[in-house]
Write a protein that binds this ligand. Structure first.
Ligand code: GUN
Ligand code: FE
Length: 442
């Protein structure tokens, strides 16, 4: 049995009492077996963390690893143009190799920023490139191939026949669900109502129940999008998903900006998960989601960076900061979205969205050892007292302050160096491959 000990760090437990104290964490076979002020037992490997802040690994609940390669290739556009003119043609030109490199690039950025788990939507084809990248890198992801069988402006390279889309999803589910010692979790990923037939959505609803997996989609991100749904399906987007019987605890919806009161109530009452993507929503000029109101209604909200070409970072620290700031300005109220609430969304909220609240999201005995160690003794974080650590993490810290990242008890980055991935190679490959991709679409 492999053991690891983190010694004398300032532990932000996120347990029920939200305790923060200086102490040790003991890890056996990927799980936290003890958290206390001092643990005498020696471990195979020990990390001395005095003066460092030890937090639960951050969880991003809406990411497109497949788009990391397209960072900077679709700036200053609104959603439907961004998709039709740039992102869909680029995704349609992926090969298994480019999708693998895109995923690796994203995974390295995420790990270097303390993110240990994601909910990922891939593109239509070549999802096995991303699955292989996740398996090799020790990362944890709920992941599904994107499903698209309908709609205007979808290139031939992405448009699928309904049954083919279903068959390929089920094939991937059967082959990959549970691989990487359970770190890979399959989910159905119909892109959004605009690009999915009703037949596809109904089948996905039934298959997700049959296999006990999640459904991950986009909803009500953009005004043009909800107008298309209204004219095509004759009702509001979330009302439509509810009428189809898709809402519920196994459905995660990215964005949820353009909701009316009835739709907000549907999401809160059904336990449907919401992934808030503040920087993507700002950059695509999509709008600002009513997150404080949704939280007050009891909705489950977590956070994600979305894809690299609509953000253009996968840095959870920037997302946390924006999640807090945009609501304060929208509501002209500095007390809304306090740092503690935002940090909870980034940890326990993410775990709940993945349906893994018993296994992830806090540093407690029995939970999986997904951990980030942060250095707040830097110029831009100083001074930092004992009693404002969480506000400091949300408002001042950045991805570069993460020193060490642990997933399932394995050290995947130590002292800012990736342990299993050659970072230089990934950067060079990404630059080489994107040139070829762009040549193909222009
Ligand atoms: N809606 C449908 N597809 C996408 C996507 O790839 N990104 C975003 N932000 N919204 C979408
Ligand atoms: Fe998205």
């Amino acid at each position: 049995m492999k053991t690891l000990k983190i010694k004398q760090g300032t532990i932000v437990t996120m347990n029920k009492k939200r305790e923060i104290f200086t102490g040790d964490i003991y890890i056996e076979d990927g799980r936290i077996s003890e958290v206390s002020s001092e643990i005498q037992r020696r471990a195979d490997e020990e990390i001395y963390a005095k003066g460092k802040v030890v937090i639960p690994g951050l969880i991003q609940t809406h990411i497109h690893l497949t788009q990391t390669l397209f960072r900077g290739m679709a700036d200053d556009m609104e959603l439907l143009d961004w998709l039709r003119k740039r992102i869909w043609p680029l995704e349609g030109n992926h090969t298994v190799e480019t999708n693998y490199v895109s995923a690796k690039l994203g995974i390295v950025e995420l790990i270097k920023g303390g993110t240990t788990s994601i909910i990922d939507m891939e593109t239509v084809n070549h999802t096995e490139g991303a699955l292989a990248a996740i398996e090799e890198s020790g990362f944890r992801a709920v992941i599904g191939k994107c499903m698209m069988d309908y709609g205007e402006g979808v290139p031939d390279s992405l448009m699928e026949d309904t049954q083919t889309s279903i068959d390929e999803s089920v094939r991937l589910l059967k082959k990959w669900h549970g691989r990487g010692k359970g770190r890979i979790i399959y989910a159905f990923a119909p892109r959004f109502v605009v690009s999915c037939s009703e037949k596809l959505l109904v089948k996905v609803r039934d298959l997700a129940k049959e296999y006990g997996v999640m459904i991950h989609t986009h909803a009500s991100e953009n005004r043009g999008e909800i107008e298309l749904v209204q004219s095509d399906r004759g009702m509001r987007n979330v009302v439509y998903l509810h009428k189809l019987g898709m809402t519920g605890e196994n459905l995660i919806l990215a964005h949820c900006i353009w909701l009316d009161d009835e739709e907000m109530k549907i999401l809160a009452d059904t336990g449907t998960k919401i992934s808030h993507c503040p920087n993507s929503n700002l950059k695509l000029a999509s709008g600002i989601a009513k997150i404080p109101e949704l939280l007050d209604m009891g909705a489950d909200v977590s956070i994600g960076a979305d894809g690299a070409p609509c953000n253009n970072n996968l840095d959870m620290f920037r997302e946390m900061r924006s999640a807090a700031l945009i609501q304060k300005a929208r509501l002209l109220n500095p007390t809304t979205m306090p740092a503690e609430r935002v940090f909870e969304m980034a940890t326990l909220g993410g775990a709940k969205a993945m349906g893994m609240e018993k296994k992830l999201g806090s540093l407690e005995q029995g939970k999986k050892a997904d951990i980030a160690i942060i250095n707040l003794r830097t110029i831009h974080n100083s001074p930092c007292g004992e009693d404002n650590i969480i506000p400091q993490l949300v408002y001042s810290a950045s991805a570069n302050d993460v020193e060490t990242t642990i997933i399932d008890g394995e050290i995947v980055m130590k002292d800012r160096k990736m342990t299993a991935i050659n970072e230089r190679n990934i950067i060079e490959e990404a630059n080489r491959l994107i040139k070829k991709q762009i040549e193909k679409i222009i």
